[in-house]
Design a protein around this ligand. Sequence first.
Ligand code: ADP
Ligand code: MG
Length: 597
Amino acid sequence: MGDIITLLPDHVANQIAAGEVVQRPASVVKELMENAIDAGSTHVQLIIKEAGKVLIQVVDNGKGMSVTDARMAFERHATSKIKAASDLFALNTKGFRGEALASIAAVAHVEMLTKTAVDEVATQIKIAGSEIQEQEPIVAPQGTSIAVKNLFFNIPARRNFLKSNTVELRHIIDEFHRVALAHPQVAFTFFQGGQELFDLPAANLRKRIVHIFGSKIDEKLVPVEESTSVSSVSGFVIKPNAAKRTRGQQFFFVNDRFIKSPFMHHAIMNAYEGLLVDGTVPGYFIFFNLDPQTIDINIHPTKTEVKFEDEQSLYAILRSCVKHSLGMFNVAPTLDFERDPNLDTPYRQVNQSAGTPQLEVDSSFNPFKNPDARRFSKPNESSWESLYVEVESQRVSSSLGNELNATPDYDTVKVFQLMNRYIVSSIGSALLLIDQQRAHERILYEQFLKTITQKKTASQQLLFPYKLELNLTQQAFLSDLEEVLVEAGFIFERDSNITIIIKGIPSSSSEKEIPNIFENLFNSLESDLPADSFSQSDVLSKSLAKTLSIKRGVSMKPEEQQRLLDDLFACKETQVSPFNRQIFVTLTQEELDKKFT
Ligand code: ADP
Ligand code: MG
């Protein structure tokens, strides 16, 4: 057999490398922003369209590139940042692999404009699928602008694999946060589709955190500071009573590079021991300054993991200084353990002046035709039939014996509530135990999904319009969700960019739940979304179901219990809640008899 091995052409090698470096628009944002920082910029602008699917552009005022460098920058392993392997241990730049621009240019249309301080004119380069298409001198100010268009235009499988704009935007905002937090001395602006999401002036770290996350975070920040001869730890932790159930404000930086570290996270959790309500996670912004010789950032291609030479002592330093700060700022004694921070009302109700209530009549709404639009429908026979179908489909019928086939006698079926959390009923000779909260989550989830997809909106007008103040991220999420929110029954108006006025809510919700509805919704959008089965109507329906469901511990009237039962068994899916939890258990006579032998 002859020789069969050949070297891959560059554009193929680049495309393969791109698979690692460029996973989604957010990866491009990260690489371009880091290059801008490495170039010594004091102002970095990020501009995106369609969550980066159409355009990602980063404009900086850094040192720029010469004509030759501009061309070289797109070659694989072309970097100005290291010259020898030993340089890896004295890194003070973000980049060093020289792979980013080559990879990006292999999978997108790239236009670069760049000018150094000494050159008279700037260089413009256009490149697509690794092919240089145009290079010419042009007039432009010092700095670099790189526009990446139509990401994955030549890899349809990857393009189709991208998630919805909400999800991709969330990833981009995450990367933006990370770079912006690591470099408070650099000014950043961020535009999405012509709308300004962030305008961050150069500032100190505390102000940068406040500019990003909103002024309410200021009073919750507790400074952390500790330095030894070899390392320093500094930054802020968030007071324990402001810990959240969802992850999102946890940041570690090593030499100004964002990293993930479950080990260091553990050190922090350890420092908060005894101070947190179960299931909550505190926020933190921790900066390690370490001798580059003692770390290895080379172990992960996208460089968010780091190997520390002496992780045990770093762990101990971090834990003790966080503990110390929490004690010193006296946060522990003011804690109220009974308080559930989820119940905090984050939004003020303003605009209290009483107006004449307006009624909006939904002419298509007929409670008899469309019982699902109400919180509970009346008991009806069809739902009992579906209970039988359901039970049969579970194949419990054989173990239930003949009773199951008997016609149900409605008057004799009794329901009652146990421990304010279970609804107990019987079916044939079997005992039925239903988790009230999960059952109600299922009912509401299906109702909202149906309302949204069939556009059978039923709203109730609010007596007092509710004003919600939104931070910039929330605004972006909201404008993405606007359509489904309206379809679900919300009526709102934009006051300014930061405030929206809620004038109507779905008829199945109540006014006092508005703050919770929005807080939970933003939380679920801000925390990591499940990558699969994501659609906006699904996310909204799940979030509303979770917020509005009857919780465990709430006592229910007998009619309500009965309706819950009926509504549950009228659902398409009766076994599991929208969060995949089992809704009910049955105990057959056989199983009961066994317990009494
Ligand atoms: P790396 O950052 O690992 O060196 P990249 O592919 O990201 O690799 O960039 C290649 C080179 O192009 C960099 O080393 C740098 O010299 C140059 N470069 C990239 N972006 C910029 C920029 N915004 N300003 C100045 N030079 C840049
Ligand atoms: Mg780089």
